[in-house]
Design a protein around this ligand. Structure first.
Ligand code: MN
Length: 204
């Protein structure tokens, strides 16, 4: 079974003016497609691993044969992270969290504004390429963390609830070196209903 690029749940221009149409198109059709292709290539000679889910592969990287472990971490992580990322955005998104996740954010961070501030600091502080995440730990606690490169939080035992790609390919065409402007804009396109859905899937 080969991995396939999932279609975006909206048009490339749907997140304008916050994330521009050209960035979305290149990000999806070139970068994400590249991770999918390279993941398939890495698993080519490992039919047993092709039977496992990507979550299984990423959550037990130590069990992956040494010759393809880095490729699975990078390209499997890239496929997993981007598939997640597209879903937590939408046209006319933004505003504040809803439902259970809103209550949990308040419980763990004191309020949405405090959470947002801490998330922004983490996202701005990623050195080089990587991601900022709101995750759930194995104990069920919410926390903000970053991962380098395309490393996925699931490889460290954390389940993503919200995530932001801060690779330059995610913003450079429109924002150049102004990563903070991209981060601020991104809050306007968050699909909080989907974030709530991800949260509920973890606690059910
Ligand atoms: Mn990306």
């Amino acid at each position: 079974m080969e991995y396939k690029l999932p279609p975006l749940p909206y048009d490339y221009g749907a997140l304008e003016p916050y994330i521009d149409v050209l960035t979305m198109e290149i990000h999806h059709t070139k970068h994400h497609q590249g991770y999918v292709n390279n993941l398939n290539k890495a698993l080519e000679n490992y039919p047993d691993l092709q039977e496992q889910s990507l979550f299984q592969l990423l959550s037990r990287l130590d069990d992956i044969p040494g010759d393809i472990r880095t490729a699975v971490r990078n390209h499997g992580g890239g496929h997993y992270n981007h598939s997640f990322f597209w879903e937590i955005m939408k046209k006319d998104g933004g505003g504040e969290p809803v439902g259970m996740v809103a209550d949990e954010i308040k419980k763990y961070f004191g309020g949405f504004a405090v959470f947002q501030d801490q998330f922004n600091t983490t996202a701005k502080s990623v050195f080089g390429s990587g991601w900022a995440w709101l995750c759930m730990s194995q104990e069920g606690d919410l926390l903000i963390k970053s991962t380098p490169n395309q490393n996925s939080p699931v490889s460290e035992g954390f389940q993503p609830i919200l995530g932001l790609d801060v690779w330059e390919h995610a913003y450079y065409l429109k924002y150049q070196n102004m990563r903070p402007d991209y981060i601020n804009a991104w809050w306007h396109v968050i699909n909080w209903e989907q974030v709530e859905e991800y949260y509920r899937a973890l606690v059910k």
